[in-house]
Ligand binder design. Sequence first.
Ligand code: ADP
Length: 695
Amino acid sequence: MTKQACDYLDETNYEKSLKKSGIALHYAFNLKNDTLIARNYNIIGINFHDLGEVDKAAFFYKKALFYAERSNIVSLRMMITSNLGNLYFFEKKMYNVGITYYKESLKFGKQQKYLKEIAITNLNIVWSYFKIENYKEGFPYLKYINEHQNDLKGRSNDIALNFLNGMYWSNENDNEKADKYFLKAVSFSHSEDEIQDLSYAHLEYSKFLAKIGKHDQAYSHLLTYNQITQQIYNDEKLKKAAVAGFNLELNEYKRQIDKIENEKSMQYQSLKKSRIIVVLFVLISFILLFLIITLVKNIRYKKEHNLELLRAKEMAEEASLLKTQFISTISHELRTPLYGVVGITNMLLEEHKELSRSQHLSSLKFSARYLLSLVNDLLQINKIEENKVVLENLTFNISDEITMIKNSLSFLSQKNNNKITIEIDPNIPEYLIGDKLRLAQVLMNLVSNALKFTKDGEVEIIIKLSKVEGKLHYLDFLIKDNGVGIATVDQGKIFEKFVQVGRKEEDYQGTGLGLSIVKRLLGLFGSTISLESDIGEGTAFSFIIPFEHDPLKTKKIIEEIEVDLTSDEIYKILIVEDNHINQLVTRKIIEKNNYICHVVDDGFGALKILEDEKFDLILMDINMPLMNGFETTKRIRLQGISTPVVALTAFDKDEITDEAISSGINDIIIKPFEPVKLFKIMNYLIKEAEKVDLL
Ligand code: ADP
């Protein structure tokens, strides 16, 4: 098609040439063949060039040049550049621009293989210089073509070369030579292909003939020129060419629009891509932000949480302290009136023997004792939980202890018609060292439980020596009954505080604290309790405790506790106590032992009487209005009175020991007290004081 377009162009059939090249261009674009695109644009350019549409021609030539450069076909680039030169030189009359294009075209053709293109460009240059009548500048180029005539290869070029030679010789006034060349140029008159060049040949020849005065011939050639020109540019032909050209332009615009559309869609695609990237970026940023916020919140929460935990710990510690204080205060407050109740009940029973059978009185005594044991139990549990209990080293005989327990529980065993049997391993040494009071407490609790929950049965206390490690003797205790038993489901619970299984409302069987205390006390011994029981079959509690056996140590301990109770002397005792019931109870106890007693209501009373009278010992209540026991004792000591002072208090001993010592108190006795214990202490202190006096 490109070839056909080229042929139509040679025949000056612009319409067909434009149409063909238009179609060829379309295919060339589809094939993406830059060479073919460049060639067809060039053909279109030449068509418009010939038709005098200079701007359009320039537009298409430049397009052709663009694709030719891409295709890198040198001959094509030379040809198009050369055509541009023609356009600027002949049509636009921009001679210098034209010649620059020509010379640029020549630069491509340094290599031998582009000889034809070089020759044609040279031809164009000659024509250009001659057109502006610069024969001198044009001549070297003419000389070159004349020497390389064979490179031209085309009759159209031959026509041009001949009339250009004619023009040169005409200017040189060599009319003969000129005429010869012109004649040769116009001799191609019958050919259709080179019709345009032929028309120029006739025109130039006519100019030459007119110059040399051959006007007839000149006129005749001018006519031929007109005729050929008319043939080339007849109206119909031009119209069709215009239409073809117009369509071509339309196509070109369409192509441009397509191109723009393509670019747009590509831009859209990349925009879409970049939009996706932006969306992803934003999304990831949000996720990161969210993670960071969560992290920060977490850290903050942890910080706060830790603070909360610390606060909670502090609060718990504070609460525990408050609880301890509360329990010790309550127990103190309860013990004081209980001391009165128990004491007065005992007094009543002793003074009025006839009341010993009174049901009311024994109920009163029982209730008071029950309350007292409850307070004591609570206090003890609290003390164990606060780690305030330290086991003591006392010497004891296990048989004696068990017998004592049995005797003290005889009332209970008779009540339920139970038999208590004791079996003690003969291998157990006679004297052991350990906290016998806490052991007795454990056994009392377990045996009294066994007696409580057994009717018409038997309670066995079996103690075996399980092993000996150096001085340590491991005793295996077993307290067994054949009573009601404990259901398997309840066996885990009963060691908790205040847990009672199947308790009847009307009887005071216990407080539910017994086993909790047992468990905790055994914990202090480093032991654990085991339980075996079946409903209706009975219950067996067992545990192992190591006790020290050391005869030397035992002897020393026994010597230390030896106190002489056989005293015939009558001592004078001062009682400082604000509570009147307690005054009564203490006075009774003291006077029963034949001691002389004087009671004052408060510390000031004590100080006053001590100014005039001398006493052997002072029993001092601690918790008194106006001035407490500590302060009173301090003042007594400040007056230089060294009479022994025994604090009688419902406070827990451990809590007041330090303050008591620093105030000058000699010993402490906790209310309610065993009278024997009080007298032991009183006698001991009085004797010690006498020794000091003697010195
Ligand atoms: P309580 O003061 O009620 O005796 P404990 O803590 O000593 O409290 O005992 C808790 C419960 O365990 C008792 O109420 C009772 O139901 C059960 N229990 C304890 N020992 C025995 C036993 N030997 N036989 C049957 N039940 C027992």
